[in-house]
Ligand binder design. Structure first.
Ligand SMILES: Cc1cc2nc3c(=O)[nH]c(=O)nc-3n(C[C@H](O)[C@H](O)[C@H](O)COP(=O)(O)O)c2cc1C
Length: 362
């Protein structure tokens, strides 16, 4: 069965929900490992005080018994601790009593760079909050939880996936990144950056050249572009390859079928080639500025300043965790397609038999 994921949840609603289908039975999950990834997503230099409020913890409602998957849909829930301050404003049912707390008055000034305007027009929302609550990157917490499950499956076949921030505001060193963040914060501005995800232990043969939709590079690009604020993706040396000669662009094959270089980033012809998989994603500067951008009031048609909602200066470290989860998810999906199995044991046996057939040394 194909690995499937659906998530739901508004940023200030009661909870985020993820339902994972197609997991084999017999996979051991650890709550601490999922919570650790949620903590990594939340923390990081440059994030807003909201992150301190959300002490994310995963709850499992279905699909797991005594820590082991049952082969049935896995239902994960992450409660929004901040919802208590929005209980009236984000009540799923018409709220009782007088308006109190946050989110009580309609938002009519859409923020440039967010889904606010396009979302309000598309769905006919007079209150922009009806669009921004779901478009918010808060939903990435659900994807990180699902990614932690994918990583547990990948670990069984010796694959590990790690995301790292590489640039923040054009700075590559740790001190440069911090200084750029501090400077942007004092200017009430925001920054973007670049993250890198590396997966090791990926066997050759994941993905397919047979159809464009099966290509692993296309799938990873879609997974990364599916994350809020990601505006560009590179595989291996990516855009730099466009500026060098062929003799400097490819990875010669050596005895043992390994490569001295990895400019391709572990994918040739849309198929993993056994080298470490290397992808990068570029994040635009966050669109909510403490010094608001110009907008227009959707009710009055008058110019105004965009809504200022509590916001991060930059979220590049958080993106590195979200991107890691997205890559892990796509690799787990590709691995299950290749090796299949209702029981983890079947999956592992198929993986072992395949490595034996191609005589691949891990
Ligand atoms: C982990 C993460 C955290 C983010 N935090 C913020 C934030 O605090 N403030 C903000 O304005 N945008 C934030 N964003 C970016 C917006 O969610 C995103 O730019 C917006 O939804 C519009 O989508 P688009 O940039 O893909 O067009 C964050 C994105 C990610 C991945």
């Amino acid at each position: 069965m194909e690995l499937g994921l659906v998530t739901a949840g508004e940023s200030h609603g009661p909870a985020l929900v993820a339902i994972v289908t197609g997991l084999p039975a017999g996979l051991v999950l650890e709550q601490a490992a999922i919570d650790e990834d949620l903590r990594r997503r939340r923390e990081g230099y440059g994030r807003s005080p909201r992150q301190k409020l959300e002490q994310d913890e995963v709850e499992i409602l279905a699909g797991l018994r005594h820590g082991t998957t049952l082969g049935t849909p896995l239902a994960l829930v992450i409660r929004n601790r901040d919802h208590k301050n929005w209980a009236w404003g984000m009540s799923p049912w018409p709220p009782d009593g007088a308006a109190e707390g946050k989110g009580t008055s309609p938002v009519t000034l859409p923020r440039p760079g967010h889904a606010d305007l396009a979302g309000a027009l598309k769905y006919g929302h007079a209150d922009v909050r009806n669009a921004l609550e779901r478009a918010s990157a808060r939903q990435t917490a659900a994807h990180v939880a699902a990614g932690a499950v994918a990583k547990a499956l990948l670990r069984e076949i010796g694959v590990s996936v790690v995301g790292t921030p590489r640039e923040i505001g054009g700075e590559e060193s740790d001190t440069g990144m911090r200084e750029a963040t501090d400077a942007a914060r004092s200017d009430r501005d925001t920054l973007g950056g670049v993250v890198e995800v590396v997966a090791t232990g990926v066997p050759p043969g994941l993905g397919s050249y047979a159809e464009k939709g099966g290509r692993l590079d296309a799938r990873l690009a879609a997974a990364l572009m599916g994350i809020q604020a990601v505006k560009g993706v590179e595989v291996g040396d990516g855009f730099a390859l466009a500026r060098v000669r062929g003799s400097q662009a490819h990875d010669e094959i050596e005895p043992g079928l390994r490569r001295a270089t990895n400019r391709a980033g572990g994918i040739e012809g849309g198929v993993s080639n056994g080298e470490p998989l290397v992808v990068r994603a570029a994040m635009k500067p966050l669109p909510t500025l403490m010094r608001p951008l110009r907008s227009v009031d959707l009710e009055s048609g008058e110019p105004g300043e965009a809504l200022v909602e509590r916001s991060d200066v930059q979220a590049v470290e958080a993106l590195s965790v979200v991107a890691e989860a997205a890559v892990a998810w796509e690799l787990a999906r590709a691995a299950l397609e290749k090796f299949g199995g209702d029981a983890l044991e079947d999956f592992l046996a198929a993986h072992r038999a395949y490595l034996d057939r191609i005589r691949w040394q891990r």
